[in-house]
Design a protein around this ligand. Sequence first.
Ligand code: ATP
Ligand code: LTN
Length: 338
Amino acid sequence: MEDLVNNIPKKVVYSGIQPTGIITIGNYIGAIDNWLKLQEDYNSLFSIVDLHALTVRQNPAEYRQRALSFFAQYLAAGIDPNKAIIYFQSHVKEHAELCWILNCFTYVGEMTRMTQFKDKSKKNEDNINMGLLDYPVLMAADILLYQTDLVPVGVDQKQHLEIARDIAIRFNNLYSPTFKVPEGYIPKQGAKIFSLQDPTGKMSKSDPDPNASVAIIEDPDSIMRKFKRAVTDCETTVEIREDKPGILNLLTIMSAMTGQTIESLADEYRDGGYAKFKQAVGESVVEKFRPLREEYNRLMQDKGYLMQVAKDGAEKASRIAYRTMQKVKRKIGLVELK
Ligand code: ATP
Ligand code: LTN
C-alpha cells in the first residue's frame, strides 16, 4: 500500500454499485468513469455491494447471475485487477461485522431522516425492512473498513457520505482516532444524469420504463432508438439553458463520451435540428461502449477467470478489513482471543 518511489502511503479510494437492474450510462458517467482515473494513482477498492441490494427482494438465480454480470462489466469497463481490488462485498465478512458495531453508534432518527430511505419506503410499502433503514450504516462500514480517503460517487450519495463521516467522527471522538474521515469525490459535470423520458428525474438503473435509461452493454440499435425517442422540448435550437433540461442532459452525456465541452458541442449542433443532434449523441454512446461490450461478452465466457479475480480481490480486501476490525474491537473493549 505504498508509493514505492517516494515512500509515501498512497491514498485510498473506495466505491461500489448495487447489483440491481442494469449498469447505466448514468452510473458510468457519475461513478465508473472517475474510478478509471483514480485507480491510476490511488489504492482503490471497487465492490459489488451485494448485501446492500438484499434490502429489496431478489430472485436468487437471477441475482447470482446479475452480480456476476456486473463484476464482468467492471472489468470490461477497464477496472484493472492489477491496479485495484475488485470484489464482492458478501465475500468479506467484516462488512456485516463492522455494520453491527456502527449500528450501536448511529441514532434511529438519523436513519429515518435519510432521503433514500423515505423514497425507497414509499416504493416498497409492503417490505420496509430493517435493512432498508440500516442501509447507510452498512455503506459507512464499507468505507470505514478500508481507512478510505476518497469516495467517488454520483451526487445522490452525498447524504449517505455525510452520515459515514458523522459516524467516523463520533467513534473517533469517543475512542481516539480509529477511522479515517472520508471525503466525497463527486464530478463537477455528470454527477447526475437524467432520465431520457423525464429530464427532471434521475436516470435510475432499476427504472421500470426501459426507454428511460441506457445500459453500458446495450446493443447499438437499441441505444440509437432510445436517443431518438429522448424527451426534449418543443423548440429547435441546441442551447445550454436551464429551461432546456433534456438538451442539457444530452449535451452532458455526449461531452462525457467524447471529451468535448458542452459549450463546443452546443455550438456545433446549434442549428442542425434535434434529430441530427440526437443521432450524434446516440452514435457517441455506441462508439464509446463498443469495445466494452465486446470485452464483456468475452469475459462472460470465462467464468473461471472472473471467479479467480473475485477470489484474489476478496483475499486482499479481507486482509485490510481484518486489521481495521482488530483495532475497533480493541478500542471498544471486546475480549481478544490470543
Ligand atoms: P437504483 O435506482 O436502483 O437505486 P442507481 O441507478 O441509483 O440505482 P446505484 O447502484 O444506487 O444506482 O449507484 C451506483 C453509482 O452510480 C453511485 O455512485 C451513484 O451515485 C451513481 N449514479 C446512479 N445514478 C446516477 C445518475 N443518474 N447520474 C450520475 N451518477 C449516478
Ligand atoms: N449506496 C451506494 C452504493 C454503495 C457505496 C458504498 C458507494 C454501497 N456502499 C461505499 C460508495 C462507497 C449507491 O450508489 N446506491
